[in-house]
Design a protein around this ligand. Structure first.
Ligand code: ACO
Length: 355
């Protein structure tokens, strides 16, 4: 991963704002989820717009050549502007890239799935540089009459460039999984009317929170252990845990099971709520911009979501990814300046071994 950019819409909706329009309270939302506010896209701002802004941030952090040679664009999203064309094709056109482009749908772990695809493309020689984006306009599909789900979600986007990098940096392991027998617990309809088991698809985001909670706590544990094992490491080697930001209680349960101290976990759920595929890249940018990640650190990433699906990865952080603050844009989650970083072009000079 040699370049990164993020975006969250300017409009912020606090828990108190929500309490004005539905039967809820800051106290309930904070104690049950850890969420304090979320960023909400404007009426005329859609997933492609958020993706564009994240890529613009990437260019601002890393310079105008940061997309040179990108030959594949992947957008992981649950809220594409359209069923077709893909949001990835819109990104390709917007930045004038000579690249293949497709969307990938694997719910919240979609961005980690995109990393696993990017890694395979790069390692097999099918692509040299992959632009992997997670972008969501979830507030456009939540049911604002359902207080149990409406308070959880926010909008945002994150973009990274994946390419070959030298040892010891890069993605050391990625694991992905799915259990479609749990499809009924979390769904949003499109062309079809019902799931194979006959349950009616919802035209707004539907979630059985308790079932998803139990699944999340279980799978965050098994997937992280598998990813750490596959990387040839132990949980003691994990410098920073960067979990999907859905619920602070789920994050705490996972951290506890891994035996990691509080200072080794990144929490941004308070600021953004659940941004689905954008959640981990936004959390990575937060870590970077707060000086909480350094080259050589082993990062453990994990996510879960509708499908049901899950994914986890171990990433050894390289020296290329630049913190915000070089230009006129500071990521919304960035409250302090991060360390200096070298430009992305360094990667290609170093002779690559690991994606
Ligand atoms: N404000 C106030 N009260 C509420 C609210 C609200 N916003 N929402 C629900 N309640 C009430 C319920 O009606 C219920 O009241 P009752 O006891 O009188 O019936 C009570 O609070 C408790 O409800 P529970 O559903 O039991 O609350 P729980 O502690 O399970 O928390 C939550 C609910 C936060 C949704 C939790 O189950 C959760 O986080 N689940 C996982 C969700 C998740 O992580 N999803 C990620 C995947 S998203 C994707 O893939 C797109």
């Amino acid at each position: 991963m040699t370049a990164l950019g993020v975006y969250a819409p300017a409009k912020i909706v606090t828990n108190d704002d929500l309490a004005q329009i539905m039967d809820t309270s800051d106290e309930w939302i904070t104690t049950r989820t850890g969420i304090k506010r979320r960023h909400v896209s404007a009426d005329d701002e859609f997933t492609s717009d958020l993706a564009f802004r994240a890529v613009e941030d990437l260019l601002r952090r890393h310079g105008p050549d940061a997309l040179a040679g990108v030959d594949m664009v992947l957008v992981a999203t649950n809220t594409p502007d359209a069923l077709f064309p893909s949001t990835a094709a819109l990104v390709q056109a917007r930045f004038g890239l000579r690249a293949g482009a497709f969307d990938l749908l694997a719910a919240c772990p979609g961005w980690l799935y995109a990393l696993s695809v990017a890694k395979a493309y790069v390692e097999s020689g099918q692509a040299k540089r992959v632009l992997a984006i997670g972008a969501e306009a979830l507030t456009k599909v939540v049911d604002w009459d359902d207080r149990a789900t409406a308070v959880l979600f926010g909008d945002g986007a994150g973009a990274v460039v994946v390419e070959a990098v030298p040892e010891p940096y890069g993605l050391r392991s990625v694991v992905v999984g799915a259990d479609g027998s749990g499809a009924g617990h979390l769904h949003l309809g499109s062309v079809g009317r019902c799931l194979p088991d006959g349950s009616q698809l919802s035209d707004k985001l539907y979630m059985n929170g308790r079932e998803v909670y139990k699944f999340a706590v279980r799978v965050m544990n098994t997937a992280t252990i598998e990813a750490v094992d596959k990387a040839g490491l132990t949980s003691d080697d994990v410098s920073l845990f960067v979990p999907h930001q859905a619920n602070l209680r789920i994050i705490e349960a996972a951290r506890d099971r891994l035996g990691l101290p509080e200072e080794r976990v990144i929490v941004t759920v308070d600021e953004y709520g659940n941004n689905s595929t954008a959640s981990i890249p936004l959390a990575l940018a937060h870590a970077l911009d707060h000086g909480r990640v350094a080259p050589g650190d082993h990062l453990l990433l994990v996510s879960f979501g509708a499908g049901l699906t899950w994914a986890a990865a171990v990433l050894t952080w390289g020296p290329w990814t630049a913190a915000a603050g070089g230009g006129d844009f500071v990521a919304p989650g960035a409250r302090t300046a991060g360390p200096d970083a070298t430009g992305p072009s360094a990667a290609s000079e170093l002779g690559a071994t690991t994606a």
